[in-house]
Ligand binder design. Structure first.
Ligand code: CDP
Ligand code: ZN
Length: 166
């Protein structure tokens, strides 16, 4: 009898302040915008949420444990590289990504026009099928720190399955 598939779900959430500057890094691409996300690394809120979702599903810690913001090596760091390193650990622990689904919370800019490039980039970083990644966007309806454009946030859920060994 075939053994049951072992699956794990993971949840990631991240928030960054928005401040003066141009170019918003989201999902591994830079979107033209008159404000940018502030942070120790490149402040890619979406890749940070995905990284935490993956690590959480595999019970392997979180992004702050792997890449402490007290370490100068992580200053201005490419979040795609951090996600890749986290994904390598998850794979080494015997897990494969089934799919992930994400939400960006931003009053502006419009995310949907950039969605195809973001999805491609995430699939490329994680070396998974394009069809296994999805992204939605929501405004803050003009209220709260999202609505006033003081902050941007992202959430991600990921499903992992145990890699079968023959
Ligand atoms: O209509 P609803 O209140 O559910 O959503 P909304 O926050 O008003 O956003 C309307 C639509 O705009 C969403 O369905 C997204 O597809 C899109 N959107 C976007 O492209 N970029 C954002 N930063 C926010 C929303
Ligand atoms: Zn972050």
């Amino acid at each position: 009898m075939a053994s049951p598939t072992i699956i794990r779900i993971g949840l990631g959430h991240d928030t960054h302040r928005l401040g003066p500057g141009t170019g918003l890094v989201i999902g591994g691409i830079t979107i033209p915008h008159e404000r940018r996300a502030l942070g120790h690394s490149d402040a890619d809120v979406l890749l940070h949420a995905i990284t935490d979702a993956l690590l959480g599903a595999a019970a392997l810690g979180d992004i702050g444990e792997l890449f402490p913001d007290t370490d100068p090596a992580n200053k201005g760091r490419d979040s795609a590289e951090m996600l890749r390193l986290a994904a390598d650990r998850v794979a080494a622990a015997g897990w494969r990504v089934v799919n992930l689904d994400c939400v960006i919370f931003a009053q502006r800019p419009k995310i949907l026009p950039h969605r195809p490039r973001i999805l491609s980039r995430i699939a490329e970083i994680l070396e998974i099928d394009l069809a296994a990644v999805w992204l939605k966007a929501k405004t803050g309806e003009g209220v709260g720190s999202i609505g006033t454009e003081d902050a941007i946030a992202a959430e991600c859920v990921v499903l992992l399955e145990r890699i079968e060994h023959a």
